[in-house]
Ligand binder design. Structure first.
Ligand SMILES: Cc1ncc(COP(=O)(O)O)c(C=O)c1O
Length: 393
């Protein structure tokens, strides 16, 4: 019987410890494992993440039981066959591209991709021989026009970071597959509670687990969830060969965060909706970007593929860049910081912070834009904080 989301978040990959009955997976803080005989690891599931035959644990870069618990849980949350955990979201992205592509291949990426994703493609993977074209992923015709005969990946974020555009996952999956390409979805902003891209035809899901999955701003990590066994084996090979794996404690912290993902996300969504309602009526706000608004151009698509509309809100300051920077510096509860998805609310100026690496490129973001990661504090306090900051006092 398949379980509901919150049941999977709490139990998938986490049966009671067979030795002690501990209800929480132990932190296997070990680098290596005693073997039964020369070249014969003891029984276990080490190194099986790529879908190959399970074998015993040998060495914690190749496999670790705490990481395996996380990987199994991630796969169950996204409805995929194979989950792999990484030291960061960027490590997951880099590993996926190198496993799925060859030098000379081409990728279509969002024209407002996360700045680090843009930097990876432009400054690292380009030197390796990958080409890329940026396209607005909310416009399937523009995406189609960006394909070349060498396109191997269509890379999508939805909602996008930081402009909160929406991509139609089903339409883009068909488009990618018609061109012999893979659809990769960075699902960091939605989290698997709100959106499960594999169910809409995506081939790979990427996460910065640093964000909503971890949820407490206390751990950096990344994940890939894949449907195809061959690709999963390639990725698992690269994961071990290049070694950007999370340590056991980081894997454990992420698992611990995941247990409350559903309840946290509902509260993030409630609070974001309250904040949006407040911002819409404020004279210092020129435009609010939130896919839950009926006038958002991607609202219908978002409603069809997301459970709710998320905890991220962006707005443009009526007073331009100086006003946007000023608001970011005046809030007290909304902490001025990069990152997102933790229980505490954060505010940032994307053009000078998270997306500074995209300045002067086709991916540059508006200078008057402010991005909020709405936390799970008391909504009235968050609104009062924003009101004070927007009013200049
Ligand atoms: C949408 C998105 N994808 C990927 C990443 C990269 O993840 P990490 O910082 O864990 O390497 C981030 C980080 O902010 C992000 O916002």
């Amino acid at each position: 019987m398949s379980h509901g989301f919150q049941t999977r978040a709490i139990h998938a990959g986490q049966p009671p410890d067979p030795r002690t009955g501990a209800v929480v997976p132990p932190i296997y803080q070990t680098s290596t494992y005693a073997q039964a005989a020369v070249g014969q690891p003891r029984t276990g599931s080490g190194g099986s993440a790529g879908g190959g035959a399970p074998r015993g644990y040998e060495y914690s870069r190749s496999g670790n039981p705490t990481r395996d618990a996380l990987q199994e849980c991630l796969a169950a949350l996204e409805g995929g066959a194979h989950g792999l955990a990484f030291a960061s979201g960027m490590a997951a992205e880099d590993t996926l591209v190198r496993a799925a592509c060859r030098p000379g291949d081409h990728a279509v990426i969002p024209d407002d991709a996360y700045g680090g994703t843009y930097r990876l493609f432009d400054k690292v993977l380009r030197r390796w021989g990958m080409e890329w074209t940026a396209a607005p992923v909310s416009d399937p015709d523009a995406v189609r026009a960006a394909f070349t005969p060498r396109t191997r990946l269509l890379w999508v974020e939805t909602p996008t970071n930081p402009l909160l555009g929406i991509a139609d996952l089903g339409a883009l999956a068909s488009l990618a597959h018609d061109h012999g390409a893979l659809l990769v979805v960075d699902n960091t902003f939605a989290s698997p509670y709100l959106q499960q891209p594999l169910g809409h035809g995506a081939d790979a899901v990427v996460h910065s687990t640093t964000k909503y999955l971890g949820g407490h701003s206390d751990v950096v990590g990344g994940a890939l969830v894949l449907r195809d066994r061959g690709l999963a084996e390639q990725v698992a090979f690269h994961q071990n060969a290049t070694g950007a794996v999370p340590g056991p404690f980081d894997a454990w912290l992420t698992l611990r965060g995941i247990k409350t993902l559903g309840v946290r996300m509902d509260r993030h969504c409630d609070n974001a909706e309250r904040v949006v309602e407040f911002l819409l009526g404020h004279p210092a706000v020129a435009e609010v970007r939130f896919p839950g608004l009926p006038e958002h151009p991607g609202h219908k698509v978002a409603a069809g593929q997301m459970r709710r509309f998320g905890g991220m809100v962006s707005f443009r300051a009526a007073g331009g860049e100086p006003a946007a920077v000023g608001v970011c510096q005046r809030t007290e509860l909304f902490l001025l910081a990069e990152s997102l998805g933790g229980v505490e609310s954060l505010i940032e100026h994307p053009a000078r912070m998270t997306h500074a690496s995209a300045a002067g490129s086709p991916l540059a973001v508006p200078a008057d834009l402010v991005r909020l990661s709405v936390g799970i504090e008391t909504a009235e306090d968050l609104i009062a904080d924003l009101d004070r900051a927007l009013s200049g006092g």
